[in-house]
Design a protein around this ligand. Structure first.
Ligand code: PLP
Length: 391
């Protein structure tokens, strides 16, 4: 026993050394406040292009006051899981409002986007199911598929011809699911939902769309499916309150059979204490804010387009980004860290993204554009990124 423990410990140590030698070691940055437009990192004031608070609403009065009211009324904890006593009335209000906003029969709120994907996929897929998943789908989708024991069939990123080929190959498998991010988190490009839906209908596959980065932005905040008029043809809509909506938590929207099923079978829904009241209050406030500001997503995308085209003109590779997420592909794991450091020296915090979050050889800076950036700040970002060419 002692021998096994020692060798396992040694193995972990060696693995950590290897991670360090490959420039892939992760440590946690020392940040005073993460979601604001300016943050203090290690005592230095930085313009924050690293958070997912794209609309900059996490501190808005609508969210803060609803959150504070819920906190005062219900206290700090929900006390139990939803199926026991953790289902206080605010939950039902949020779910009703979200279902109405998404124009679906029903909605179920879950604790995080990660858990929502686990709950959905691991409950509806079994070892008899073939799950077709975009190669760049979020880690939580991949883990959900693994947990389900389904046949995991990965298609090349946004390659619907490849997806069609694979669906044809598995046409005799009765249970089929196609799952995709709608906006890809590290590339900022959009899934080809129109073709995916057509293929799903042709081959009788259930569709699951993760709108984590599109919620609050595309389709007047409802997501890419709405933007494209495809909302009624998607079976399961998943999204988060934790990104553009400036709060925390996630939802699943669809018909009531789907939400009933996940309420009954989703282990990541059932076996966990439900979100605290203050978070539910903030989510209700975020939805209110969005309803009063339906064009904010388009204004954000316009800002992102201006920044992206300036970076492209300066010769930077921003992959196929067409949203508020702009990757600047650097390639090398050490060079990307140096580039991130130089931007910090210029007063800008961006995401420094390395494998395994992105494929080998495609390390990148990830710029999250925010609605509250002004013209001077955007110009400063452009000139600072341009400066990387001379570094
Ligand atoms: C596409 C996608 N889905 C799900 C998640 C998980 O959401 P959460 O942070 O709320 O757990 C993320 C977050 O990074 C994401 O990018």
């Amino acid at each position: 026993m002692g021998y096994i423990l020692k060798t396992m410990k040694e193995k972990l140590k060696e693995e950590l050394e290897k991670i360090k030698s490959e420039g892939l070691y992760r440590s946690l940055p020392d940040i005073d406040e993460g979601a604001g437009k300016y943050i203090l990192a290690g005592g230095k004031k930085l313009l924050n292009l690293a958070s997912n608070n794209y609309l900059g609403i996490s501190e808005k009065e609508e969210l803060v006051s609803e959150s504070a009211a819920a906190l005062r009324l219900f206290g700090c904890s929900s006390g139990a899981s939803r199926v026991v006593t953790g289902n206080f009335s605010l939950y039902n209000s949020l779910e009703r409002e979200m279902a109405e906003f998404k124009e679906t029969e029903s909605c179920l709120v879950l604790n995080t986007g990660f858990m929502a994907n686990l709950a959905v996929i691991a409950s509806i897929a079994t070892r008899h199911t073939a799950v077709f998943s975009d190669k760049l789908n979020h880690a939580s989708i991949i883990d959900g598929i693994k947990l389900s024991g389904a046949n995991h069939i990965r298609y090349r990123h946004n390659d619907t011809a490849h997806l069609a080929e694979l669906l044809e190959q598995y046409k005799d498998t009765k249970e089929k699911i196609i799952v995709t991010d709608s906006v890809f988190s590290m590339d900022g490009d959009r899934a080809n939902l129109a073709e995916i839906v057509q293929l799903a209908e042709r081959y009788g596959a259930l569709t699951v769309v993760d709108e984590a980065h599109a919620t609050g932005v595309l389709g007047h905040g409802r997501g890419l499916a709405h933007e494209l008029g495809l909302e009624k043809r998607i079976d399961i809509h998943m999204g988060t309150f934790s990104k553009a909506l400036g709060s925390f938590g996630a939802y699943i929207a669809g018909n009531s059979d789907i939400t009933d099923y996940i309420r009954n079978k989703g282990r990541a829904f059932i076996f966990t204490t439900s979100l605290p009241p203050a978070v539910i209050g903030a989510n209700i406030g975020a939805l209110k804010w969005l309803k009063h500001n339906p064009d904010s997503g388009y204004n954000l995308l316009q800002k992102a387009e201006n920044l992206r085209s300036a970076l492209n003109k300066a010769g930077f590779d921003t992959a196929d980004s067409s949203t508020q997420i702009i990757p600047v592909i650097i390639g090398d794991n050490f060079a990307v860290q140096q580039a991130g450091k130089l931007l910090e020296d210029a007063g800008i915090k961006v995401g420094v993204i390395r494998p395994p979050t992105v494929p080998e050889g495609t390390a990148r800076l990830r710029l999250s554009v925010r609605l509250d950036l002004n013209d001077d700040e955007i110009l400063h970002v452009i000139s600072s990124v341009r400066g990387l060419k001379n570094a």
